[in-house]
Design a protein around this ligand. Structure first.
Ligand SMILES: Nc1nc2c(ncn2[C@@H]2O[C@H](COP(=O)(O)OP(=O)(O)OP(=O)(O)O)[C@@H](O)[C@H]2O)c(=O)[nH]1
Ligand SMILES: [Mg+2]
Length: 865
């Protein structure tokens, strides 16, 4: 007997919070052998256990048919005293009544299936109508909830106390069925009562409790969401993974394919680790969850089962295969969605699909490669690789990237052997061969192989700015922050830059020394003239504290000449070894030291020079190896062709931790940060086209540019802030940027704080109306909590941010995000990048909640300091 009951009671889960709910009490009757009694003995009709349908008794369905399974109703425990005789009889074991219940469930399941397929809205009123008739009036969600409520208890047994109730319509006196059953409330004639349920968005589909901001599990078929108290009852033993019981046997929602097998924390908490893993493995491997082959169409032909197996089983299968139309170039292995550029290079020569069509990728270049008209980005790559495409030739391309013109035997180019091609492919969101395919191509330039390719679709962030705005500093800072090591090549490159810059700084100092020497001599002459009695001016000793000896003078003349001729980088760092002794000598020289003491007066000496000049002897040594800090401070970047790129990831749950998630179930969100020098964008930024796939554009502005000038080739001098504004306008109005998110990074805030004290912001014509409210008593540098009035620098920052935002809004109609940064401070850059990733997250989640609700369109609302 006990074993019979065990069939209805779920396995006990130790440590689970649902444990208590199944501590049902039951007693057993034994045959009475005593004397006759004078009263009526209560009588219980026998239960034919074998005839009670239970969920476990469902036959293995034909899952390829996409049919909803009949889910059976358990014997529900009700307050027998409050049921009509007829109902009592049925529930206590009348076989015919049982079959009615069962057939009802079949109907419901059928209706659910119909509603799913035809997207029809129904309302279920009175799911337990004993007449066997159902009224369908409300939503599909409602059907689900009712079914899950009934069916889930079917799998898990009799019990299931239900603290939360359905939404009730008080006017009609409707009550939750569950409450009736378990709270002892009166069961008011279930023939007449309607359970009217509507699942609000963000509520558990079973208990209706709001779970928008709480842990939830989602059905991979119908997207019904369940809270931790309901999930096991709604999903049962999950033979096909996370599906409501009513969805078992149904195909999954294709948008959820990428989540298959990725167990949630909730499940792992509710179940044992091994059980959760087992469910996830069923979810991935069970037949009904696989892509139906006929829905994958390659080169216009639906696949058969064998073709799909071949496609998925090849060494390099398509990622994230979905039911849709694809094209496949068997020769090169290029793979893409119909009408789009290639997205992956898969294993070539697979016998899947028909021959490729000319217009497979919707190219418009008149250049055919393997009979397909290629797209513009592909053409750019070919041109970049040096393949001449004049005269609209047709090419053959093999899997190793060898291009051959049709009708010519000779190989024109092997593009994957060319340095920088992979980098450019990444920029243009074109695929590169998988690493396994490269293993035999030893010559491929490792420097430019992106780790991006290991991850699927990283968010792409493009950072650009006017000259010296700090883009390379921020980029390098991000590399250090997210522990992306500099390669040996990058370090060598930076060493060269640092050493040649050192000689530039020395040159600036030596030029200044000459000037100081001359000034001092003039002063001495003036003194001499004013001194009576001295007649011969030649008697003055021309040597003064700024004078250097002939050997160093010779070196100085030579170095200044090299700088003047613009050949510094040609001579250094190659000659560093040869001239290092001069540097040592200079640093011991009093005249040079006197010059160094006045370095703050030298306008042309970059601020960062101090950092390197203090260690000049060490840096000029041939044994010098740049530290990470040296690389950060160096003016320049290890870049190829002006473009530098790095990948990094944030753990989804641990937003603050980067690249430290070893938890295979905790997905990483990957990002690709690209930095491009503005000079590489070409005239009118025409090469912005290459960055069409960017998700966010970070525009960098140096806050100190407002009083700095630069001259163009005609010698016309312009304000650098105005130049930066011009570049900003060109980029934001570029056609590819019309719907892009922009983050304005206002950099060098530390320098602004110093400069604004000396030079008014109004020096720049765009900022003429800057008129901050600074209290008379307040020191503009102090911003203690006691004195919340903004400092001059803060006011200037907000003012400049507002200027750019208004400009952006007037040009694009969109909202500009702004962030204040000090590029040399790691925390500041970290926050800026996290802010950028947040923007992407917000933009991604936009359909779920309206940004307007909380940003209220205010310009200031998006400024982060
Ligand atoms: N004090 C200070 N210096 C900075 C900051 N950001 C950048 N710099 C310095 O400003 C100079 C120019 O910065 P870069 O990062 O080279 O600027 P860039 O945008 O790469 O300039 P280009 O190479 O012309 O494109 C370097 O000497 C940096 O060290 C900052 O926030 N504070
Ligand atoms: Mg730079």
């Amino acid at each position: 007997m006990a074993s019979v009951f065990k069939r209805f009671v779920p396995e006990k889960r130790l440590g689970s919070d649902v444990d208590d709910e199944y501590n049902s009490e039951y007693s057993f009757a034994t045959e009475y052998t005593g004397p006759l009694v004078s009263y009526d003995v209560p009588c219980v009709a026998p239960v034919h256990v074998d005839r009670i349908p239970i969920a476990a008794s469902i036959a293995t369905p034909d899952r390829t048919k996409n049919m909803a399974l009949p889910v059976v109703q358990p014997v529900a425990r009700v307050d027998s005293g409050k049921l009509s005789k007829k109902s009592k009889k049925g529930l206590l074991g009348d076989a015919s009544s049982m079959s009615v219940t069962h057939s009802n469930e079949l109907d419901v399941a059928r209706v659910l299936d119909v509603s799913k397929r035809h997207r029809t809205d129904f309302r279920v009123v009175n799911v337990l109508d004993t007449s066997g008739e159902l009224e369908f009036l409300e939503t599909e969600e409602c059907i689900h909830r009712n079914l899950n409520r009934c069916a889930s208890s079917g799998t898990l047994g009799f019990s299931g106390s239900h603290e939360t109730s359905c939404e009730l319509s008080e006017s009609s006196g409707m009550e939750s069925l569950h409450e009736d059953k378990y709270n002892g409330a009166s069961f008011k004639g279930h023939e007449q009562e309607a359970v009217k349920c509507t699942v609000r968005k963000g509520s558990c589909h079973r208990c209706l409790v709001k779970i928008r901001f709480r842990e939830k599990e989602v059905c991979i078929v119908c997207s019904a969401k369940y809270c931790s108290s309901c999930v096991l009852r709604a999903m049962g033993s999950m033979p096909e993974g996370r599906k409501c019981i009513t969805c078992i046997g149904c195909r999954i929602d294709e948008s959820k394919r990428s989540t298959l097998g990725k167990s949630s924390r909730m499940l792992r908490r509710l179940l044992t680790d091994s059980r959760a893993k087992e469910i996830m493995s069923h979810e991935i491997s069970c037949a009904v969850n696989q892509i139906p082959p006929e829905l994958v169409i390659v080169n216009g032909k639906p696949l058969c089962h064998e073709e799909l197996v071949q496609l998925l089983g090849c060494p390099n299968p398509p990622r994230k295969l979905k039911p849709r139309k694809y094209w496949y170039d068997k020769q090169s292995g290029l793979w893409g969605m119909e009408g789009e550029k290639p997205c992956q290079i898969i294993t070539p020569q697979l016998a899947v699909g028909d021959p490729i069509m000319k217009n497979a990728s919707n190219g418009n270049t008149n250049i055919l490669v393997n009979n397909r008209e290629i797209t513009k980005p592909e053409l750019w790559i070919m041109q970049f690789a040096g393949i001449r495409c004049e005269g609209q030739p047709h090419f053959w391309c093999s899997a190793d990237g060898s291009f051959q013109e049709e009708g010519h035997g000779n190989v024109k180019e092997r593009i994957w052997f060319k340095p920088k091609i992979k980098l450019l492919c990444s920029v243009l969101s074109l695929p590169i061969p998988p690493e396994s395919a490269n293993s035999d191509q030893g010559k491929v330039d490792d420097k430019v192989v992106f780790s991006t390719q290991k991850r699927n679709e990283p968010y792409k962030l493009l950072m650009v700015g006017y000259e010296k705005s700090g883009t390379s500093t921020i980029f390098k800072q991000a590399k250090l922050l997210y522990k992306i090591p500099f390669t040996e090549d990058e370090r060598q490159n930076m060493k060269n830059i640092i050493q040649s810059n050192l000689y530039r700084y020395i040159g600036i100092l030596l030029e200044a020394r000459e000037q100081f020497e001359e000034e001092t001599l003039n002063e001495m002459r003036m003194k001499f003239i004013n001194q009576p009695g001295l007649s011969d001016i030649n008697q003055i000793d021309k040597a003064n504290i700024y004078s250097i000896g002939p050997r160093l003078r010779g070196f100085s003349d030579w170095l200044l000449q090299i700088i003047m001729s613009g050949n510094l980088t040609a001579v250094f760092p190659a000659s560093t070894r040869e001239y290092a002794p001069y540097v040592e000598e200079l640093w011991k020289d009093k005249a040079f030291q006197a010059t160094l003491d006045r370095r703050n007066e030298i306008q042309t000496l970059p601020r960062v020079a101090n950092y390197f000049l203090n260690r000049a002897v060490e840096i000029s040594s041939m044994y010098y190896e740049p530290s990470d800090m040296d690389i950060l401070y160096a003016e320049g970047i290890a870049a190829s062709n002006g473009i530098a790129s790095m990948d990094f990831s944030f753990s989804k749950s641990k937003k603050d931790s980067i690249l430290d998630s070893n938890d295979e179930d905790d997905p990483l969100i990957s990002y690709q940060l690209m930095r491009v020098h503005s000079s590489n964008l070409g005239k009118n930024c025409k090469w912005m086209e290459m960055f069409e796939d960017m998700d966010l554009i970070i525009y960098c502005v140096s806050l100190t540019d407002y009083d700095e000038y630069c001259s163009d080739i005609n010698g016309v001098s312009t304000n650098r802030m105005m130049e930066s504004k011009k570049l900003f306008e060109t980029i934001v109005t570029h056609p590819i940027c019309s719907h892009k998110n922009f983050l304005l990074v206002l950099n060098k805030y530390d320098l602004l704080e110093e400069k604004i004290e000396q030079v008014p912001l109004t020096r720049c014509e765009w900022f003429r109306d800057f008129n901050p409210l600074i209290s008379g008593q307040q020191s503009s540098r102090s911003s203690s909590s006691k004195n919340p009035v903004a400092t001059l620098a803060q006011s200037a920052f907000h003012y400049i941010a507002g200027k750019f935002k208004r400009q952006f809004q007037s040009l694009t109609g969109n909202k500009l995000y702004v962030f204040r940064v000090t590029g040399l401070e790691s925390d500041s850059v970290d926050e800026a990048i996290k802010y950028a990733t947040e923007i992407l997250k917000w933009e991604n989640e936009k359909p779920n909640f309206s940004m307007n609700d909380w940003s209220s369109g205010s310009i200031e609302a998006t400024t982060t300091t």
